[in-house]
Design a protein around this ligand. Structure first.
Ligand code: HEM
Length: 513
């Protein structure tokens, strides 16, 4: 009996002691991070100064970008968004942080898809290794190479137009978010490995891949900060082998298309991106392995799809809400084609679309107002430290730049930073603005697909402006969106009318609803 009591007492004591030690440790961490950490003088939400959870909460809520914009307006150039990270909006931030060769922040490791063995350039945080990898894959993104696929790109865009014609005929409302996302995925498949995902062909979200992508983007943007937990849960070879990941259809289609090509079923007339990568693999087998090509292809599908859909949606949304803008863009296309021909082409050519000065200004402004990548792009300060805006940061500090914060800075863009004004890109000093325009990121990790995106966006935007009238079902209604890894807009249904200038409307025999 006595022995039992003693044991009980001992256990209670050790539990109490354990809880006391835990509380003391947590309290010391909080006090250190809040008051003694080298970043503690930087202002920001109090909870953010002690943990990453404030940031994660806003990522999951889908408003991380707006939170940071308003915090920078309140606190100025530096905001502490987590105990170990500072968001910087100083005009020198882009050049000094992203333009230097600082190591990338740890969240990039999350972009190894489907598991940690697939080390794409995006997932590689060491700048030298990342640049070396990127160099090996650069030819697959080069505009001159991708332009060889322009006829195939036109075919995909024609499928989109076929759907839009259907909606125009029936007068039913259309969710452009859905059709633009279908298009951006199918274009990515066509350009990368000459095989579409079938979204436009069937008019459906095959295998629920896009719907699942929404949750995956939410998961990835938050779990990126808990990489080891992610590896234990999903990002490991066992889960890959089980093939149960929710992006199955995207991954399977990509890998199937690539394997068919490896088995020499190559269409020699096509020079898509994987053709260049296979050739590089044959030439440098010691540098580029089959798994590297898989990693790059799959991560590029992810990088090339929701982003383009987001940018296309911004273009249409802001243009139809800005009096006179849509008509002005249309006039520009028609005037050019009256001079040079091309009106009979179902899709406006790149050769013409890239020279539409007003249209290009509108695309830029759409990308500025609604940058598709809303995450802070983090870099780790090296051993020599870094000075920016008169403030010094020591080795190991994570400094990050956010495109929304930079694009909404009154200091840089003026008091009308929050307004859609394509004309700002037509002013004499427009070249200057490029220094702070960062939808593609900046520096050694900037988007390698930006020329492909421009190609795709310019051709679709010019064709839409020329051939359709688009209006919101409820013009007063603002769209809804969430900002995870990319910004995903929705809930802005539209009516669409086809203009008489369409010459071969029936050329797209696709099902539409
Ligand atoms: C409007 C469309 C697009 C936007 C706004 C965009 C933006 C970005 C941004 C901000 C990054 C990250 C930069 C950083 O972390 O520092 C990125 C990375 C990347 N983007 Fe894009 N992107 C777009 C379209 C595309 C397209 C069409 C492709 C390919 C065909 C592509 C391929 C990639 C790849 C592969 C990466 C990873 C970077 C690397 O591994 O070097 N993107 N993009």
């Amino acid at each position: 009996m006595k022995m039992d009591l003693l044991l009980d007492k001992g256990l209670t004591l050790s539990w109490t002691l354990a809880i006391q030690i835990l509380l003391a440790t947590i309290t010391s961490i909080i006090i250190y991070r809040r008051h003694l950490h080298p970043l503690s003088p930087i202002p920001g939400p109090p909870f953010a100064s002690i943990s990453r959870l404030w940031h994660i909460y806003h990522i999951l809520k889908g408003d991380q970008n707006l939170q940071l914009v308003s915090l920078h307006k309140k606190h100025g150039h530096f905001v502490r968004l987590a105990h170990n990270e500072v968001s910087v909006s100083h005009p020198d931030a882009i050049k000094k942080i992203l333009g230097s060769q600082l190591k990338k922040g740890p969240w990039y490791r999350m972009t190894a898809i489907p598991d940690y063995r697939f080390q794409s350039p995006m997932a590689t945080t060491d700048p030298k290794k990342k640049m070396e990898k990127s160099k090996a894959f650069a030819s697959g993104y080069a505009l001159t190479n991708v332009l060889r696929s322009e006829p195939q790109l036109d075919n995909v865009i024609s499928l989109l137009l076929g759907h839009l014609d259907g909606f125009a005929r029936t007068g039913k409302e259309v969710g452009l978010d859905k059709y633009f996302t279908f298009t951006s995925f199918d274009v990515a498949g066509e350009i990368l490995f000459s095989s579409q995902f079938g979204f436009l062909e069937t008019g459906t979200d095959v295998g629920n891949a896009i719907a699942n992508g929404y949750w995956l983007s939410m998961y990835a943007s938050a779990m990126a900060f808990f990489y080891h937990i992610h590896v234990a849960l999903l990002g490991n070879p066992f889960i890959t082998w089980l093939n149960i990941l929710p992006y199955g259809h995207l991954f399977d289609t990509a890998i199937k298309a690539m394997k068919a090509r490896l088995q020499d079923k190559r269409d020699e007339s096509r020079f898509d991106s994987v053709e260049y990568w296979f050739r590089a693999m044959e030439k440098h087998p010691e540098k580029i392995k089959w798994r590297d090509v898989q990693a790059v292809t799959v991560s590029t599908v992810g990088a090339a799809s929701e982003t383009v859909s987001c940018a296309l949606q911004s273009f249409v949304y802001y243009m139809i809400r800005t009096p006179g803008a849509w008509e002005r863009a249309r006039k520009e296309v028609i005037e050019l084609q009256e001079k040079e021909g091309g009106r009979e082409e179902r899709v406006v050519s790149w050769g013409q679309a890239k020279r539409l000065v007003y249209l290009q200004a509108c695309l830029n402004e759409g990308l500025r107002m609604f940058a598709p990548v809303p995450m802070n792009l983090p870099r780790v300060v090296g051993p020599e430290g870094l000075e920016i805006g008169g403030r010094r940061f020591e080795k190991g500090s994570i400094l990050s730049v956010n495109s929304w914060v930079m694009h909404f800075s009154d200091e840089i863009w003026g008091e009308d930073a929050g307004e859609f004004k394509p004309e700002r890109w037509l002013r004499e000093d427009a070249g200057e603005l490029d220094r702070w325009f960062m939808p593609w990121g900046y520096g050694y990790n900037s988007c390698p697909g930006q020329n492909i995106a421009r190609l795709e966006l310019s051709k679709i935007a010019a064709t839409l402006a020329r051939d359709y009238d688009i209006s919101q079902v409820n013009p007063e209604q603002e769209w809804k969106w969430q900002a995870f890894f990319t910004v995903v807009q929705h809930s802005w249904p539209c009516y669409i009318k086809a203009r008489k200038t369409i010459t071969n409307e029936s050329s797209c025999k696709v099902p539409w609803r």
